[in-house]
Design a protein. Structure first.
Length: 103
């Protein structure tokens, strides 16, 4: 089994220009592959986290827009209710004047 310690030792030996046996070369290449895979996974996780963060920001922005639209709808509903009451009052006043003039 190839441990990180053995891989580091072989890497150190190779980078210092010392000779490696063919078996050591095979082990070192396996260790390099293992390191490359770990790095790739780390980069993919990082990309996934960035994507997740970006999506969460977009969701938060959409929720803010929905809340603003909801507040605007509530405001318009209230204003419409006031206008309907005003129209009802004006109709009543107009009916009273029409009745008064008819008499």
């Amino acid at each position: 089994m190839l441990t990180d310690e053995i891989g580091r030792q072989l890497h150190d030996k190779a980078t210092r220009g010392k000779s490696l046996t063919s078996e050591e070369h095979k082990l070192l290449n396996k260790w390099y592959d293992k390191q490359d895979n770990a790095e790739s996974e780390s980069l993919n996780l990082s990309a996934d986290l960035k994507t997740e963060h970006t999506l969460q920001k977009q969701i938060d922005l959409i929720l803010i827009k929905i809340e603003a639209a909801t507040n605007q709808i509530h405001k318009l509903t209230y204003e419409n209710r006031l206008l309907r009451n005003d129209i009802t009052n004006i109709h009543s006043q107009l009916s009273e004047r029409t009745m008064a003039q008819a008499i």
